[in-house]
Design a protein around this ligand. Structure first.
Ligand SMILES: C[S@@+](CC[C@H](N)C(=O)[O-])C[C@H]1O[C@@H](n2cnc3c(N)ncnc32)[C@H](O)[C@@H]1O
Length: 275
């Protein structure tokens, strides 16, 4: 069955629905992107218009379908060791941490997990060199689809570009048979990682304090008010000396006070003037 094109009215319905559930703001230029991303799903369900599909989402009768739409509408681009400077800084922060302490890191918009395993490889390597005794990494995202991939720790070989040969040898297993052309993150790394669905715009579940939070390449999808809300949710979970990373194209300027820049896309709580 053919599907009618996405009308302006329908676009506004889905734009508002996405905003309500995720805080993400879609500008007027995203109409083609939205229709493209939802087309196959609307067709699969046998609807003649996007509006019929949106009526199902709005009815509240099918939360699973709403989650599917969110999965399709979020942008999940990520790769191993993206913005590599942050991993060198992470290593410096971990080296400085107290020896008897569990060093905790949160990748708060982890997508399919490459960021989490890049953090894990960095910290595992410090452990190997006796420079970070104990650590754990948590990943979270609003999309359940990406979290499923993240939990497997299984990636296609064409994703490994950012991983050094040394880390590939130490921390990644090459697949064989049906897993040829795949790599699996080492079990020791997977055991120290945990993934959960967390919507950053909602009040957070109870979380242990983190020494480092990666909040990279996600703030760009929000307007200032929602960015502020997300940071107000997140920052209480950062230790007083902890570090927050945002994407290199992102900034906290004009969004929130009380944080001081310590490098590109890197912030600490501003303790100047405090005892
Ligand atoms: C472009 S990816 C960034 C991945 C990774 N942090 C990086 O820098 O490579 C942005 C992620 O933010 C997630 N996201 C968007 N809105 C969210 C929200 N309200 N709560 C939690 N995650 C959200 C998306 O599902 C997506 O996986």
């Amino acid at each position: 069955m053919d599907i009618n094109g996405l009308t302006e009215r329908e676009y506004i319905i889905i734009r508002d629905l996405l905003f309500k559930h995720t805080g993400i703001s879609l500008g007027p230029s995203k109409k083609a992107l939205v229709s493209g991303r939802l087309f196959n799903r609307v067709k699969e369900l046998g609807y003649a218009t996007y509006g019929d599909y949106f009526a199902l989402l709005l009815s509240g009768k099918n939360p699973g379908e709403l989650q599917k739409a969110i999965d399709l509408l979020t942008t999940n681009e990520t790769y191993f060791f993206r913005e590599p400077k942050h991993f060198a800084m992470l290593a410096d922060v971990a080296r400085e941490a107290k020896k008897d302490h569990i060093f905790r890191v949160w990748s708060a918009a982890s997508s399919t997990g490459e960021e989490v395993y890049s953090i894990a490889m960095t910290l595992a390597d410090l452990t190997r060199m006796g420079q970070c005794q104990n650590w754990e990494v948590r990943g979270s995202d609003i999309s359940t689809r990406v979290l499923e991939t993240a939990r497997t720790g299984l990636y296609s070989m064409d994703r490994i570009e950012g991983i050094s040969q040394d880390y590939l040898k130490r921390y990644c297993l090459r697949g064989t048979g049906p897993y040829e052309n795949k790599i699996l993150m080492d079990r020791k790394l997977r055991e120290k990682t945990e993934f959960a669905q967390i919507n950053l715009i909602e009040p957070l579940p109870e979380l242990v304090p983190f020494d480092v939070i990666f909040l990279r390449n996600v703030l760009i999808y929000f307007e200032v008010a929602e960015k502020r809300k997300i940071l107000k949710n997140l920052l209480p979970t950062l230790t007083p000396t902890g570090v927050l990373f945002v994407g290199l194209a992102e900034s906290l300027n004009g969004v929130i006070d009380g944080m001081v820049s310590i490098g590109p896309g890197a912030y600490r709580v501003d303790r100047r003037g405090k005892a």
